[in-house]
Design a protein around this ligand. Structure first.
Ligand code: FAD
Ligand code: SIN
Length: 475
């Protein structure tokens, strides 16, 4: 099938839907097509727990503090102008989603929001909805998007390749200066056909890639497809070495996929990291103890596990108020109980797990892909320069909303000038093979996850990376 759409959005998480809603409002006569790999509500967004960081309480907090915390967490590799943009424009975007119906928790008997704290933040500035913030934001966005008839969401559509001049027979290499994107080829998983989707402009909002690791908090849709498509189309990607490991996923010897996250907000609420013997250990690594930035805490846990030869460390919440804990973290509490751990009586066993892709598709301050025209990227698949080497907790949802808005502003006056490209051929399956047995693919995925987890984990060395590279070439 061939389809023409004015705007093609790949991904229905916070970045994709925020952008689609704005575009639909601005262009009531233009068609916005949103593709999503499984169902509309399945995304990394949906699993976000801690919340969204924004300067809210101006008596206590200010932009300079949030900027300083973000720069510090990023280990000197953030782009300062981008940090300022996201921090300063963030509160407006949060007000916008509240206007669309997002219900963040309020303080008891007060109209003010209950602001939480997470690792690396010097102030309480995390708006949240219990420990289900992402679910609430995804719900809000889906309900808002459904109000616009010009947004069409295609579920079970798997984008495969971006269409560029390459598909018209022209040689396109990484330094070709005028590469343009004309849409994408996508597999309709309901009939197994590959459709040609032509667009005036394409927005990549395909999320992260944690599923390349054996242990990750990311759902199975998170396989870095947007980054791979951009790379294959000869676009620039950057900072892919900065995969963030969350320090505290629930240790589950049965190897659950995805790993269940125990939010950093639990440490913000007073949870303390300890060994099995009940000793605190973070004082050996950082003066901020259990609330140090994520990379420091993850490395500390990794190092303690290696030294002690243990499979996990522990988060002690036994001293915390049960009523407060269960009100803030009902999902975490229930999950722990379901595996025989009562957080009020037992320490919670935790291990680091791959959590967030700090690098990705290189974009500028308007979300424009830096080397392919008519292509934009927002959210976790993009690399804006906000996170540097390590993302500050709860800055991701914020970044996705800020950049979805910036892309919308950038294309507002350009859309009319972009036409559909003629002569694009249908998908050419030449050179592909049918593996006959699916097990050959699932086994390759398993090998990939093993290689990444053993050799490209939290602490790396040249010798391990070389081994990974050799194995990956074989795969
Ligand atoms: P996603 O929400 O992941 O959406 C990606 C979309 O792209 C999906 O709809 C998917 O189906 C689609 N897609 C992917 N590939 C294809 C393809 N080939 N074809 C078609 N569609 C495709 N961040 C915070 O700021 N605060 C938090 O509290 C927080 N907690 C988190 C907790 C967990 C457990 C996890 C996993 C992440 C958390 N994060 C948090 C990170 C944050 O949730 C994500 O970075 C953010 O939601 C990403 O949004 P997105 O729109 O970029 O991508
Ligand atoms: C968490 O709740 O710990 C996750 C927050 C984040 O990824 O920003």
């Amino acid at each position: 099938m061939r389809t023409k759409t004015d705007i093609l959005v790949l991904g229905s998480g916070i970045a994709g839907l925020t952008f689609a809603i704005k575009a639909a409002q601005q262009f009531p006569n233009r068609q916005i097509l949103v593709l999503t790999k499984t169902v509309e509500g399945e995304s990394n967004t949906r699993y976000a727990q801690g919340g969204v960081a924004a300067v809210w309480d101006e008596q206590q907090d200010n932009f300079e503090k949030h900027i300083a915390d973000t720069l510090d967490a990023g280990d000197g590799l953030c782009k300062e102008n981008i940090v300022r943009i996201v921090v300063e424009e963030g509160p407006e975007r949060v007000r916008e989603i509240i206007g669309w119906g997002a219900r963040f928790d309020k303080e008891k008997n007060s109209p003010g929001y209950d602001l939480a704290r997470e690792g690396g933040h010097s102030e309480h500035r995390i708006l949240h909805y219990k420990d289900l913030t992402g679910w609430e934001m995804q719900r809000t966005l889906m309900e808002e998007a459904a109000k616009y008839q010009n947004i069409k969401v295609l579920e079970h559509y798997f984008a495969l390749d971006l269409i560029t001049q390459h598909h018209l027979g022209r040689m396109v290499i990484r330094v070709t200066p005028d590469i343009e994107c004309y849409g994408c080829y996508a597999l309709n998983k309901q009939n197994n056909e590959i459709d040609t989707l032509l667009a005036r402009v394409t927005i990549l909002c395909t999320g992260g890639g944690g599923q390349v690791y054996k242990s990750t908090t990311n759902p199975v849709i998170a396989t870095g497809d947007g980054v791979a498509m951009t790379y294959r189309a000869k676009g620039r990607v950057e900072n892919m070495e900065f995969m963030q490991f969350h320090p505290t996923s629930l240790y589950n010897p049965a190897g659950e996929n995805p790993s269940f996250l125990v939010s950093e907000a639990v440490r913000g609420f007073g949870g303390i990291l300890k060994s099995a013997e009940g000793e605190e250990f973070m004082q050996h690594y950082d003066s901020r103890l259990s609330l140090a930035p994520r990379d420091i805490v993850a490395r500390a846990i990794d190092s303690e596990m290696k030294k002690r030869g243990t499979d996990c460390m522990y988060l002690d919440c036994r001293h915390l108020d049960k009523e407060g804990f269960t009100a803030h973290f009902p999902t975490i509490y229930d999950k722990c109980l379901s595996v025989g751990i009562d957080p009020m009586k037992d320490m919670i066993p935790v291990v680091p797990a791959c959590h967030y892709m700090c690098g990705g598709i290189q974009v500028d301050e308007h979300g424009r892909q830096s080397s392919i025209h008519r292509l934009y990227a927002a959210g976790e698949c993009s690399s804006t320069g906000l996170h540097g080497a390590n993302r500050l907790a709860s800055n991701s949802l914020l970044e996705a909303m800020v950049f979805a808005h910036r892309i919308f502003v950038d294309i507002r006056d350009k859309l009319e000038g972009w036409d559909f490209k003629d002569g694009i051929p249908d998908w050419n399956a030449e050179g592909t093979t049918d593996p006959q047995e699916m097990v050959l693919i699932t086994q390759s995925i398993k090998e990939l996850k093993d290689v990444m987890s053993y050799y490209v984990g939290i602490v790396r060395s040249n010798i391990r990376l070389k081994r990974a590279l050799d194995r990956l070439y074989l795969l």
